[in-house]
Design a protein around this ligand. Structure first.
Ligand code: HEM
Ligand code: NAG
Ligand code: NAG
Ligand code: NAG
Length: 498
C-alpha cells in the first residue's frame, strides 16, 4: 500500500498538483478498497483500484470457487473499485435468492449495458416497474402460446435441421452455423410467428448481429468497462461502445420490421406467438402497465440474445461429449430406439420414460455450465444471509459453476458421469443442485422452453445420426471462450445418417 501511495504521490507531484489533494484522493481510493460494512462476508483483499481483477484470469468462476474454500460459501471481492459478493454453494444461494426472492429481484446498473442496450428490455433492467411489467407479460405470454405450439414449431425446425445435416453425407463439417440458424428460428417462430430460410438476408443479418453481440459480451474490453465504468468515455473504449451501439441498432431494426409484419396478421382472439400476446396485452391494459413499442423491441431483442447462443452452445457441448463418449451415445440411442422406435417422432412426453437420456441432459447441464456466473444481481433491501449482513444495493453473483463442481456434493465433479443421476433401479433422480437457469425472481424466464428444446434437438439428432470425431481431430472438452457464456471452441463433426 505504501509503495502504491509513494508511486502515486511521485507521479502526480510531477504534474505539479498540490500534495494535499493527492493525499485526499489516495486516501479515498485506499479507504474505499479497504472498508467493509459490519458483519460483511470475508474475501481476498486484492489491490486498491484494481481489486482482484489481476487474479481473475479467463475463468473467474474457478478462482471464486478456490477462494470460497478458504473464506466460506459467500465471499466478498473488490472487482475494479466495485464491491461484489459471490455465492458459491447451494444452501446460501437458496437462502439468498429464493428465501429472499423479492429483495434480490434487482440487477446492478452496468453502465456499459445500459448505454448500449437501447431500448432497454428485460435482462438488463435494474428492477422495479419496468422489469415487473415485462416479466409478467413474458411469463404469461409463454404460457398463453403454450407447450403444444412450442413442441410443434421446434419439431418443424428440427426437420429442416436434420435435412441440412444429412446433406453433408457423412463428411466432416462444423455444425455451428446450421445449429445457430435452427435455434434462432425456434426463437423466431415462438416470438415472432415465423421462420426464415437459410437464404433470407434479413434473418442472416439478424444472426450476424446476435453473434457479434455475443463476441462483445465475451470481449476483455467489455469486462474492463463493466468493472471500471468511467472508461466508457475514454478513447479507445469509446470506439468499442460505438460499435456495440451500432450493432444493437441494426439488430433491433430488423426485429422491429418483423414485429410490424407479424402485427398485421393478428386476428384478435388466438395467441399463436409472443407478438399476438403483446397485441392482446396492449388491448387489455391501462396506464403504467402498458408495454410501449420500444419496450417490446427490447424484450424480443433479449429473447434472441439470451435464447440463441445459450442453447446453441449447450447443444454443441452435448454433441462434443457424445462424440467423445461413444458408449454413452450408444446407450442414449438404445433408449431412443426402445421408447420411440425407428420411425416415430420425438415428443416431450417420452421424457418420463427415458431415464438415461434425462440423466445425460442433466449431467450435460452440470458438466458444461453455459452461463457459469449467471447474470449479476442486486438486492433492493437489507438482508441477512448465512449470518452475514448484506446491505441494500450490494452486487451479487451466483456462481452456478461452483454449485455444479462442489466436491462436497459431487464425487469427481470434473468427470462426465450421467449415472450419478440414476438410482439403483435405474430411475432418474432429478438433482436439486443442478441449476443452470439460476433461481429466484430473475431466473431464466424461458427455463421450460430451453429444457424442452435441448431435449428435442439432442434426441432427434441422435435418433437420425451417429456422431463421431473426424479422423485425426481431437477437439478438447476444455476449450471454450470465457465471456458471460461458456462457448465451445470450433470443432468438426461427422454425422453418419442411420
Ligand atoms: C441452455 C439454455 C439457457 C440457459 C442455461 C439460460 C440461463 C439463464 C440464466 C442463468 C439467467 C440469469 C438468471 C438469474 O439472474 O438468476 C437467464 C436469464 C434470462 N434468460 Fe435464459 N437461459 C437459457 C435459454 C434461454 C432462452 C431460450 C431464452 C428465451 C427465448 C432465455 C431468456 C432469458 C431472459 C429474457 C432472461 C432474463 C430474465 C430477467 O432478467 O428477468 N434464456 N437465463
Ligand atoms: C426475409 O423475410 C422477410 C419477412 O418475411 C421478408 O419481408 C423479406 O422479403 C425476406 N427476404 C428475402 C431476401 O427473402
Ligand atoms: C430425415 C429423416 O429421416 N429424419 C427422421 C429423423 O427422426 C425423426 C424423428 O425424430 C423422423 O421423423 C424423421 O423421419
Ligand atoms: C475472449 C477471450 O478473452 N478469450 C480468451 C479465453 O481464454 C483463452 C485461454 O484459455 C484465451 O486464449 C482467449 O483469448
Amino acid at each position: 500500500v505504501s509503495l502504491f501511495i509513494t508511486i502515486m504521490v511521485f507521479d502526480v507531484t510531477m504534474l505539479n498538483i498540490s500534495p494535499f489533494i493527492v493525499f485526499i484522493i489516495t486516501f479515498v481510493f485506499v479507504w474505499n478498497w479497504y472498508r467493509r460494512p459490519p458483519r460483511y462476508p470475508p474475501g481476498p483483499l486484492g489491490f486498491p483500484v484494481l481489486g482482484v481483477l489481476p487474479f481473475l484470469s479467463n475463468r473467474p468462476e474457478n478462482k471464486f470457487l478456490d477462494w470460497s474454500k478458504r473464506y466460506g460459501p459467500i465471499i466478498s471481492v473488490s472487482i475494479g473499485w466495485q464491491k461484489w459478493l459471490v455465492l458459491n454453494e447451494y444452501d446460501v444461494t437458496m437462502e439468498a435468492l429464493v428465501r429472499n426472492r423479492l429483495a434480490f429481484h434487482g440487477r446492478p446498473l452496468v453502465e456499459f449495458f445500459i448505454r448500449t442496450t437501447v431500448p432497454l428490455g428485460i435482462a438488463f433492467a435494474p428492477g422495479g416497474v419496468h422489469w415487473k411489467t415485462l416479466r409478467k407479460f413474458g411469463t404469461n405470454g409463454i404460457k398463453a402460446v403454450g407447450l403444444e405450439i412450442m413442441e410443434k414449431k421446434t419439431n418443424i425446425e428440427i426437420q429442416y435441421f436434420i435435412e441440412e445435416i444429412r446433406g453433408h453425407k457423412g463428411k466432416s463439417f462444423n455444425i455451428q452455423e446450421p445449429l445457430t440458424h435452427a435455434v434462432a428460428n425456434v426463437v423466431s417462430s415462438f416470438c415472432l410467428g415465423q421462420r426464415f430460410d437459410r437464404s433470407n438476408d434479413s434473418f442472416n443479418q439478424l444472426i450476424r448481429s446476435l453473434m457479434h453481440q455475443g463476441h462483445v459480451a465475451a470481449n476483455w474490453r467489455t469486462m474492463l468497462l463493466t468493472f471500471l465504468p468511467f472508461l466508457c468515455d475514454v478513447w479507445p473504449f469509446t470506439k468499442h461502445m460505438d460499435e456495440s451501439i451500432t450493432n444493437v441498432r441494426t439488430l433491433n431494426g430488423i426485429i422491429r420490421h418483423f414485429v410490424e409484419e407479424q402485427s398485421a396478421s393478428f386476428d384478435g382472439d388466438e395467441v399463436r406467438n409472443m407478438v399476438d400476446a403483446f397485441l392482446m396485452h396492449s388491448r387489455n391494459s391501462v396506464d403504467e402497465n402498458v408495454i410501449t413499442d420500444d419496450k417490446i423491441i427490447g424484450f424480443f431483442s433479449d429473447m434472441f440474445l439470451a435464447g440463441t447462443e445459450t442453447i446453441t452452445s449447450q447443444l454443441r457441448w452435448g454433441f462434443l461429449i457424445m462424440m467423445k463418449h461413444q458408449d454413452c451415445q450408444n446407450k442414449v440411442r438404445r433408449e431412443i430406439d426402445d421408447v420411440i422406435g425407428r420411425h416415430g417422432t420425438v415428443k416431450l412426453k417420452h421424457r418420463s420414460i427415458m431415464p438415461y437420456t434425462c440423466a445425460v441432459v442433466h449431467e450435460l447441464f452440470r458438466f458444461r455450465t453455459v452461463v457459469p456466473l449467471s447474470l449479476p444481481r442486486m438486492n433492493v433491501a437489507d438482508v441477512t444471509v448465512g449470518g452475514y449482513r448484506i446491505p441494500k444495493g450490494t452486487n451479487v453473483i451466483m456462481n452456478i459453476w461452483a454449485l455444479h463442481n462442489d466436491d462436497c456434493r459431487w464425487r469427481e465433479p470434473e468427470r462426465f458421469i450421467p449415472e450419478r443421476h440414476l438410482n439403483a433401479d435405474g430411475k432418474f433422480m432429478k438433482p436439486k443442485n443442478v441449476l443452470p437457469f439460476g433461481v429466484g425472481a430473475r431466473s431464466c424466464i424461458a427455463e421450460h422452453l430451453a429444457r424442452n428444446k435441448i431435449f428435442l434437438f439432442l434426441v432427434s439428432t441422435l435418433k437420425n445420426f451417429t456422431l463421431s470425431v473426424p479422423n485425426g481431430d481431437s477437439p478438447s472438452l476444455d476449450a471454450g471462450s470465457n465471456g458471460t457464456i461458456f462457448i465451445p471452441s470450433d470443432y468438426n463433426i461427422v454425422a453418419q445418417y442411420r
